[in-house]
Design a protein around this ligand. Structure first.
Ligand code: NDP
Ligand code: GDP
Length: 346
Protein backbone atom coordinates (compact mmCIF):
# COMPACT_ATOMS: atom_id res chain seq x y z
CA UNK A 1 0.00 0.00 0.00
CA UNK A 2 2.17 2.80 -1.37
CA UNK A 3 0.43 5.76 0.29
CA UNK A 4 0.55 4.21 3.75
CA UNK A 5 4.23 4.78 4.36
CA UNK A 6 3.61 7.49 6.98
CA UNK A 7 1.55 5.28 9.29
CA UNK A 8 2.73 2.68 11.75
CA UNK A 9 1.20 -0.55 12.99
CA UNK A 10 0.71 -1.17 16.73
CA UNK A 11 3.99 -1.64 18.54
CA UNK A 12 4.13 -5.28 19.60
CA UNK A 13 6.16 -4.64 22.72
CA UNK A 14 3.34 -2.52 24.17
CA UNK A 15 0.94 -5.42 24.51
CA UNK A 16 -2.79 -4.87 24.02
CA UNK A 17 -3.31 -2.50 26.99
CA UNK A 18 -0.34 -0.18 27.51
CA UNK A 19 -0.62 1.62 30.84
CA UNK A 20 -3.33 -0.73 32.11
CA UNK A 21 -2.02 -1.34 35.59
CA UNK A 22 -1.31 2.34 36.20
CA UNK A 23 -4.79 3.35 35.13
CA UNK A 24 -6.63 0.53 36.90
CA UNK A 25 -8.60 2.61 39.35
CA UNK A 26 -8.91 5.88 37.48
CA UNK A 27 -12.19 7.64 36.78
CA UNK A 28 -12.91 9.73 33.68
CA UNK A 29 -15.74 12.09 32.77
CA UNK A 30 -16.32 12.49 29.03
CA UNK A 31 -18.54 15.25 27.62
CA UNK A 32 -19.85 14.44 24.15
CA UNK A 33 -19.54 10.75 25.06
CA UNK A 34 -22.21 9.75 22.53
CA UNK A 35 -20.35 11.40 19.63
CA UNK A 36 -17.77 9.77 17.35
CA UNK A 37 -14.72 10.52 19.49
CA UNK A 38 -16.55 10.05 22.79
CA UNK A 39 -17.44 6.50 21.77
CA UNK A 40 -13.89 5.54 20.73
CA UNK A 41 -12.40 7.23 23.80
CA UNK A 42 -14.86 5.53 26.15
CA UNK A 43 -13.93 2.19 24.56
CA UNK A 44 -10.22 2.89 25.01
CA UNK A 45 -10.57 3.97 28.65
CA UNK A 46 -12.77 0.99 29.53
CA UNK A 47 -10.13 -1.26 28.00
CA UNK A 48 -7.57 0.41 30.25
CA UNK A 49 -9.65 -0.29 33.36
CA UNK A 50 -11.15 3.17 33.89
CA UNK A 51 -14.55 3.78 35.36
CA UNK A 52 -16.14 5.93 32.65
CA UNK A 53 -18.80 8.59 33.23
CA UNK A 54 -20.50 10.26 30.30
CA UNK A 55 -22.27 13.59 30.29
CA UNK A 56 -25.69 13.09 28.75
CA UNK A 57 -27.87 15.98 27.59
CA UNK A 58 -31.62 15.60 27.70
CA UNK A 59 -32.00 17.73 24.57
CA UNK A 60 -29.34 15.85 22.59
CA UNK A 61 -30.07 15.19 18.93
CA UNK A 62 -27.66 12.37 18.25
CA UNK A 63 -28.91 9.54 20.49
CA UNK A 64 -26.81 6.72 21.88
CA UNK A 65 -26.52 4.54 18.76
CA UNK A 66 -22.73 4.69 18.55
CA UNK A 67 -22.20 3.46 22.12
CA UNK A 68 -24.80 0.76 21.50
CA UNK A 69 -23.13 -0.31 18.22
CA UNK A 70 -19.79 -0.50 20.01
CA UNK A 71 -21.39 -2.68 22.73
CA UNK A 72 -20.23 -0.42 25.59
CA UNK A 73 -23.34 1.58 26.50
CA UNK A 74 -24.08 -0.58 29.55
CA UNK A 75 -20.54 -0.02 30.90
CA UNK A 76 -20.81 3.76 31.01
CA UNK A 77 -22.39 5.64 33.89
CA UNK A 78 -24.44 8.48 32.41
CA UNK A 79 -24.60 11.74 34.29
CA UNK A 80 -27.17 14.40 33.42
CA UNK A 81 -25.70 17.66 32.25
CA UNK A 82 -25.30 20.21 29.49
CA UNK A 83 -22.34 22.40 28.57
CA UNK A 84 -24.71 25.38 28.58
CA UNK A 85 -25.57 24.84 32.26
CA UNK A 86 -22.59 25.45 34.55
CA UNK A 87 -24.37 24.21 37.66
CA UNK A 88 -25.09 20.86 35.96
CA UNK A 89 -21.38 20.50 35.21
CA UNK A 90 -20.38 21.17 38.83
CA UNK A 91 -22.92 18.54 39.86
CA UNK A 92 -21.56 16.11 37.25
CA UNK A 93 -18.05 16.67 38.63
CA UNK A 94 -19.29 15.94 42.16
CA UNK A 95 -21.10 12.80 41.05
CA UNK A 96 -18.32 11.38 38.86
CA UNK A 97 -15.36 12.46 41.03
CA UNK A 98 -13.13 12.10 37.97
CA UNK A 99 -9.36 12.07 37.77
CA UNK A 100 -9.58 13.10 34.12
CA UNK A 101 -12.10 15.19 32.19
CA UNK A 102 -12.27 15.01 28.38
CA UNK A 103 -14.26 17.91 26.98
CA UNK A 104 -15.38 16.62 23.58
CA UNK A 105 -18.89 18.10 23.47
CA UNK A 106 -19.50 20.73 20.84
CA UNK A 107 -21.69 21.90 18.00
CA UNK A 108 -19.06 20.31 15.79
CA UNK A 109 -20.27 20.82 12.21
CA UNK A 110 -18.64 23.79 10.44
CA UNK A 111 -21.44 24.34 7.89
CA UNK A 112 -24.10 24.57 10.61
CA UNK A 113 -22.05 27.16 12.45
CA UNK A 114 -23.01 29.86 9.90
CA UNK A 115 -26.71 29.11 10.43
CA UNK A 116 -26.44 28.82 14.22
CA UNK A 117 -23.48 31.06 15.06
CA UNK A 118 -24.71 32.13 18.49
CA UNK A 119 -25.51 28.58 19.60
CA UNK A 120 -22.14 27.42 18.27
CA UNK A 121 -20.34 30.17 20.21
CA UNK A 122 -22.29 29.29 23.34
CA UNK A 123 -21.77 25.51 23.21
CA UNK A 124 -18.39 25.16 21.46
CA UNK A 125 -16.86 28.33 22.93
CA UNK A 126 -18.42 29.34 26.24
CA UNK A 127 -19.46 25.74 27.02
CA UNK A 128 -15.80 24.81 27.35
CA UNK A 129 -15.30 27.72 29.72
CA UNK A 130 -18.19 26.38 31.80
CA UNK A 131 -16.42 23.01 31.96
CA UNK A 132 -13.14 24.66 32.97
CA UNK A 133 -14.97 26.61 35.67
CA UNK A 134 -16.62 23.41 36.92
CA UNK A 135 -13.18 21.80 37.16
CA UNK A 136 -11.75 24.83 38.94
CA UNK A 137 -14.65 24.92 41.41
CA UNK A 138 -15.06 21.19 42.05
CA UNK A 139 -11.49 19.88 41.85
CA UNK A 140 -8.62 21.87 40.30
CA UNK A 141 -6.36 18.81 40.57
CA UNK A 142 -8.30 17.12 37.75
CA UNK A 143 -6.53 16.60 34.42
CA UNK A 144 -8.43 18.29 31.61
CA UNK A 145 -8.45 17.67 27.85
CA UNK A 146 -9.86 20.25 25.43
CA UNK A 147 -10.85 19.19 21.91
CA UNK A 148 -9.24 21.93 19.83
CA UNK A 149 -9.34 21.79 16.04
CA UNK A 150 -7.19 22.27 12.94
CA UNK A 151 -10.05 24.48 11.69
CA UNK A 152 -8.52 27.15 13.96
CA UNK A 153 -5.64 27.45 11.47
CA UNK A 154 -8.13 28.31 8.71
CA UNK A 155 -6.53 30.51 6.06
CA UNK A 156 -3.09 29.04 6.53
CA UNK A 157 0.04 30.63 5.16
CA UNK A 158 2.24 27.55 5.60
CA UNK A 159 2.35 24.22 3.80
CA UNK A 160 2.19 22.31 7.11
CA UNK A 161 0.74 23.40 10.44
CA UNK A 162 2.24 22.77 13.86
CA UNK A 163 1.74 24.16 17.39
CA UNK A 164 3.48 27.46 16.44
CA UNK A 165 1.48 28.16 13.28
CA UNK A 166 -0.65 31.35 13.60
CA UNK A 167 -4.43 30.91 13.68
CA UNK A 168 -6.82 32.53 11.20
CA UNK A 169 -10.26 30.97 11.79
CA UNK A 170 -12.69 30.98 8.85
CA UNK A 171 -16.03 29.98 10.42
CA UNK A 172 -18.06 30.68 13.56
CA UNK A 173 -17.13 27.12 14.58
CA UNK A 174 -13.42 27.84 14.25
CA UNK A 175 -13.71 31.17 16.09
CA UNK A 176 -15.57 29.40 18.90
CA UNK A 177 -12.89 26.69 19.07
CA UNK A 178 -10.24 29.37 19.26
CA UNK A 179 -12.00 30.87 22.28
CA UNK A 180 -12.13 27.51 24.08
CA UNK A 181 -8.53 26.79 23.08
CA UNK A 182 -7.17 30.04 24.53
CA UNK A 183 -9.38 29.75 27.61
CA UNK A 184 -7.83 26.35 28.28
CA UNK A 185 -4.32 27.77 27.85
CA UNK A 186 -5.29 30.71 30.07
CA UNK A 187 -6.64 28.48 32.86
CA UNK A 188 -3.45 26.48 32.72
CA UNK A 189 -1.36 29.64 32.99
CA UNK A 190 -3.62 31.42 35.51
CA UNK A 191 -4.57 28.62 37.88
CA UNK A 192 -2.00 25.93 37.18
CA UNK A 193 -4.64 23.49 35.89
CA UNK A 194 -3.32 20.34 34.23
CA UNK A 195 -5.18 21.36 31.06
CA UNK A 196 -4.07 20.27 27.58
CA UNK A 197 -5.40 21.02 24.11
CA UNK A 198 -5.28 18.48 21.31
CA UNK A 199 -5.28 20.35 18.00
CA UNK A 200 -6.73 17.47 16.06
CA UNK A 201 -6.92 17.42 12.28
CA UNK A 202 -10.00 15.83 10.68
CA UNK A 203 -10.55 12.29 11.86
CA UNK A 204 -13.16 9.94 10.59
CA UNK A 205 -14.55 6.45 11.13
CA UNK A 206 -17.65 4.37 10.45
CA UNK A 207 -19.13 6.28 13.44
CA UNK A 208 -18.69 9.72 11.80
CA UNK A 209 -21.89 11.76 11.39
CA UNK A 210 -23.36 11.62 7.87
CA UNK A 211 -23.17 15.40 7.47
CA UNK A 212 -19.35 15.29 7.25
CA UNK A 213 -17.93 14.82 3.78
CA UNK A 214 -16.17 11.45 4.21
CA UNK A 215 -19.21 9.71 5.66
CA UNK A 216 -21.52 11.47 3.20
CA UNK A 217 -19.39 9.99 0.42
CA UNK A 218 -19.05 6.47 1.87
CA UNK A 219 -22.78 6.30 2.61
CA UNK A 220 -23.53 7.44 -0.96
CA UNK A 221 -21.10 4.89 -2.41
CA UNK A 222 -22.92 2.12 -0.54
CA UNK A 223 -26.33 3.37 -1.72
CA UNK A 224 -25.18 3.78 -5.32
CA UNK A 225 -23.60 0.32 -5.33
CA UNK A 226 -26.81 -1.18 -3.96
CA UNK A 227 -28.89 0.85 -6.46
CA UNK A 228 -30.68 2.90 -3.82
CA UNK A 229 -29.23 6.21 -4.99
CA UNK A 230 -28.11 7.48 -8.38
CA UNK A 231 -25.85 10.47 -7.73
CA UNK A 232 -23.72 12.23 -5.11
CA UNK A 233 -24.03 16.00 -4.68
CA UNK A 234 -21.02 17.77 -3.18
CA UNK A 235 -19.66 21.31 -2.90
CA UNK A 236 -15.97 22.21 -3.13
CA UNK A 237 -14.22 18.97 -4.04
CA UNK A 238 -10.83 20.70 -4.43
CA UNK A 239 -10.60 21.37 -0.67
CA UNK A 240 -7.81 19.37 0.96
CA UNK A 241 -7.81 17.80 4.39
CA UNK A 242 -5.41 15.74 6.49
CA UNK A 243 -7.72 12.82 7.34
CA UNK A 244 -6.93 10.27 10.03
CA UNK A 245 -8.80 7.53 11.90
CA UNK A 246 -10.68 8.54 15.09
CA UNK A 247 -9.67 5.28 16.80
CA UNK A 248 -6.00 6.30 16.50
CA UNK A 249 -6.60 9.90 17.57
CA UNK A 250 -8.29 9.16 20.91
CA UNK A 251 -5.06 7.44 21.99
CA UNK A 252 -3.30 10.80 21.63
CA UNK A 253 -5.93 12.44 23.87
CA UNK A 254 -5.29 9.89 26.60
CA UNK A 255 -1.51 10.17 26.25
CA UNK A 256 -1.68 13.97 26.73
CA UNK A 257 -3.27 13.52 30.14
CA UNK A 258 -0.66 10.94 31.21
CA UNK A 259 2.20 13.48 30.89
CA UNK A 260 3.65 15.14 33.97
CA UNK A 261 3.12 18.59 32.46
CA UNK A 262 0.12 19.81 30.44
CA UNK A 263 0.72 21.10 26.92
CA UNK A 264 -0.81 21.50 23.46
CA UNK A 265 -0.26 19.06 20.61
CA UNK A 266 -1.06 18.82 16.92
CA UNK A 267 -2.44 15.39 16.02
CA UNK A 268 -2.41 14.60 12.29
CA UNK A 269 -1.19 12.11 9.69
CA UNK A 270 0.97 14.59 7.74
CA UNK A 271 -0.71 13.74 4.45
CA UNK A 272 -3.26 15.93 2.73
CA UNK A 273 -5.73 14.76 0.08
CA UNK A 274 -8.52 16.52 -1.79
CA UNK A 275 -12.20 15.67 -1.39
CA UNK A 276 -12.02 14.58 -5.04
CA UNK A 277 -9.20 12.11 -4.29
CA UNK A 278 -11.10 10.78 -1.27
CA UNK A 279 -14.15 10.21 -3.54
CA UNK A 280 -11.99 8.35 -6.02
CA UNK A 281 -10.76 5.99 -3.29
CA UNK A 282 -14.29 5.39 -1.98
CA UNK A 283 -15.88 4.61 -5.36
CA UNK A 284 -12.88 2.57 -6.54
CA UNK A 285 -13.30 0.30 -3.52
CA UNK A 286 -16.57 -0.99 -4.98
CA UNK A 287 -15.32 -0.93 -8.58
CA UNK A 288 -17.02 2.34 -9.62
CA UNK A 289 -15.69 5.56 -11.17
CA UNK A 290 -16.66 8.59 -9.11
CA UNK A 291 -16.88 10.91 -12.15
CA UNK A 292 -20.05 9.12 -13.32
CA UNK A 293 -21.96 9.94 -10.13
CA UNK A 294 -20.54 13.20 -8.77
CA UNK A 295 -22.65 16.34 -9.21
CA UNK A 296 -21.22 19.66 -8.06
CA UNK A 297 -23.92 21.54 -6.17
CA UNK A 298 -23.29 25.17 -5.15
CA UNK A 299 -25.66 24.62 -2.19
CA UNK A 300 -22.80 22.83 -0.43
CA UNK A 301 -20.27 25.63 -0.91
CA UNK A 302 -19.44 27.54 2.27
CA UNK A 303 -19.39 31.33 2.82
CA UNK A 304 -15.66 31.02 3.59
CA UNK A 305 -13.55 27.94 2.91
CA UNK A 306 -10.51 26.37 4.52
CA UNK A 307 -8.70 25.39 1.34
CA UNK A 308 -6.00 23.03 2.58
CA UNK A 309 -4.79 21.57 5.86
CA UNK A 310 -1.77 19.37 6.48
CA UNK A 311 -0.53 18.75 9.99
CA UNK A 312 2.92 18.33 11.42
CA UNK A 313 2.57 16.04 14.44
CA UNK A 314 6.31 15.84 15.21
CA UNK A 315 5.78 17.04 18.78
CA UNK A 316 3.14 14.38 19.51
CA UNK A 317 5.49 11.78 18.04
CA UNK A 318 8.52 12.92 20.04
CA UNK A 319 6.89 13.72 23.39
CA UNK A 320 3.88 11.38 23.49
CA UNK A 321 5.29 8.59 21.34
CA UNK A 322 2.09 8.82 19.29
CA UNK A 323 1.85 7.91 15.61
CA UNK A 324 -1.13 7.31 13.30
CA UNK A 325 -1.72 3.68 12.37
CA UNK A 326 -4.35 4.00 9.67
CA UNK A 327 -3.97 5.66 6.28
CA UNK A 328 -6.64 7.02 3.93
CA UNK A 329 -6.50 3.91 1.73
CA UNK A 330 -7.46 1.84 4.78
CA UNK A 331 -9.83 4.32 6.43
CA UNK A 332 -12.14 5.06 3.50
CA UNK A 333 -12.66 1.39 2.47
CA UNK A 334 -13.34 0.57 6.17
CA UNK A 335 -16.09 3.22 6.13
CA UNK A 336 -17.51 2.06 2.78
CA UNK A 337 -17.67 -1.54 4.03
CA UNK A 338 -19.51 -0.47 7.20
CA UNK A 339 -21.99 1.55 5.14
CA UNK A 340 -22.54 -1.33 2.71
CA UNK A 341 -23.46 -3.49 5.69
CA UNK A 342 -25.76 -0.84 7.17
CA UNK A 343 -27.55 -0.05 3.90
CA UNK A 344 -28.00 -3.77 3.18
CA UNK A 345 -29.67 -4.22 6.58
CA UNK A 346 -32.03 -1.21 6.21
P1 NDP B 1 -19.63 14.78 17.44
O1 NDP B 1 -20.45 15.85 16.79
O2 NDP B 1 -19.75 13.38 16.94
O3 NDP B 1 -19.94 14.77 19.01
C1 NDP B 1 -20.20 15.93 19.73
C2 NDP B 1 -21.00 15.58 20.96
O4 NDP B 1 -21.29 16.76 21.72
C3 NDP B 1 -22.35 14.93 20.67
O5 NDP B 1 -22.46 13.74 21.43
C4 NDP B 1 -23.36 15.96 21.15
O6 NDP B 1 -24.52 15.37 21.66
C5 NDP B 1 -22.59 16.65 22.26
N1 NDP B 1 -23.14 17.95 22.58
C6 NDP B 1 -23.58 18.91 21.73
N2 NDP B 1 -24.04 19.96 22.39
C7 NDP B 1 -23.88 19.70 23.73
C8 NDP B 1 -24.17 20.40 24.92
N3 NDP B 1 -24.73 21.62 24.90
N4 NDP B 1 -23.87 19.83 26.11
C9 NDP B 1 -23.31 18.59 26.15
N5 NDP B 1 -23.05 17.85 25.05
C10 NDP B 1 -23.32 18.41 23.85
O7 NDP B 1 -18.10 15.26 17.37
P2 NDP B 1 -16.75 14.38 17.28
O8 NDP B 1 -16.86 13.24 18.17
O9 NDP B 1 -16.40 14.19 15.85
O10 NDP B 1 -15.68 15.43 17.84
C11 NDP B 1 -15.40 15.51 19.23
C12 NDP B 1 -14.84 16.90 19.53
O11 NDP B 1 -13.64 17.10 18.79
C13 NDP B 1 -15.76 18.05 19.16
O12 NDP B 1 -15.57 19.08 20.09
C14 NDP B 1 -15.25 18.48 17.79
O13 NDP B 1 -15.59 19.82 17.52
C15 NDP B 1 -13.76 18.27 17.98
N6 NDP B 1 -12.99 18.01 16.78
C16 NDP B 1 -13.39 17.03 15.93
C17 NDP B 1 -12.67 16.75 14.81
C18 NDP B 1 -13.07 15.64 13.89
O14 NDP B 1 -12.52 15.58 12.77
N7 NDP B 1 -13.95 14.74 14.28
C19 NDP B 1 -11.46 17.52 14.45
C20 NDP B 1 -11.08 18.47 15.49
C21 NDP B 1 -11.84 18.71 16.59
P3 NDP B 1 -25.86 15.25 20.72
O15 NDP B 1 -25.42 14.68 19.41
O16 NDP B 1 -26.73 14.39 21.51
O17 NDP B 1 -26.35 16.66 20.57
P1 GDP C 1 -14.56 20.21 8.20
O1 GDP C 1 -13.16 20.23 7.70
O2 GDP C 1 -14.67 20.11 9.68
O3 GDP C 1 -15.39 21.31 7.68
O4 GDP C 1 -15.16 18.79 7.71
P2 GDP C 1 -16.22 18.42 6.56
O5 GDP C 1 -16.11 16.95 6.37
O6 GDP C 1 -17.58 18.96 6.88
O7 GDP C 1 -15.69 19.19 5.26
C1 GDP C 1 -14.41 18.94 4.73
C2 GDP C 1 -14.26 19.67 3.40
O8 GDP C 1 -15.13 19.07 2.43
C3 GDP C 1 -14.64 21.16 3.44
O9 GDP C 1 -13.66 21.90 2.75
C4 GDP C 1 -15.95 21.23 2.68
O10 GDP C 1 -16.20 22.46 2.00
C5 GDP C 1 -15.74 20.10 1.68
N1 GDP C 1 -17.01 19.63 1.10
C6 GDP C 1 -17.31 19.58 -0.22
N2 GDP C 1 -18.56 19.13 -0.38
C7 GDP C 1 -19.07 18.88 0.85
C8 GDP C 1 -20.33 18.40 1.29
O11 GDP C 1 -21.24 18.12 0.53
N3 GDP C 1 -20.48 18.26 2.67
C9 GDP C 1 -19.48 18.57 3.53
N4 GDP C 1 -19.68 18.39 4.86
N5 GDP C 1 -18.29 19.04 3.13
C10 GDP C 1 -18.08 19.21 1.80
Amino acid sequence: MGHCSNVHPARESEGPNPGLSKAMSKRALITGVAGQDGTYLAGLLLEKGYRVFGLQTRLGSGGLWRLRDMGILHRITMVDGDLLDLSSLVRAMEEAQPDEVYNLAAQSFVATSWNQPVLTAQVTGVGALHMLEAVRIANPAVRYYQASSSEMFGAVGTARQNESTPFHPRSPYAVSKLFSHWMTVNYRESFGLHASCGILFNHESPLRGREFVTRKVTDAVARIKLEKQSELRLGNVEAKRDWGFAGDYVEAMWLMLQQDAPDDYVVATGRSASVREMCRIAFAHVGLEYERYLVIDPAFYRPAEVDALKGDASKARTVLGWQPRTCLEQLIPMMVDADLKRVTQE
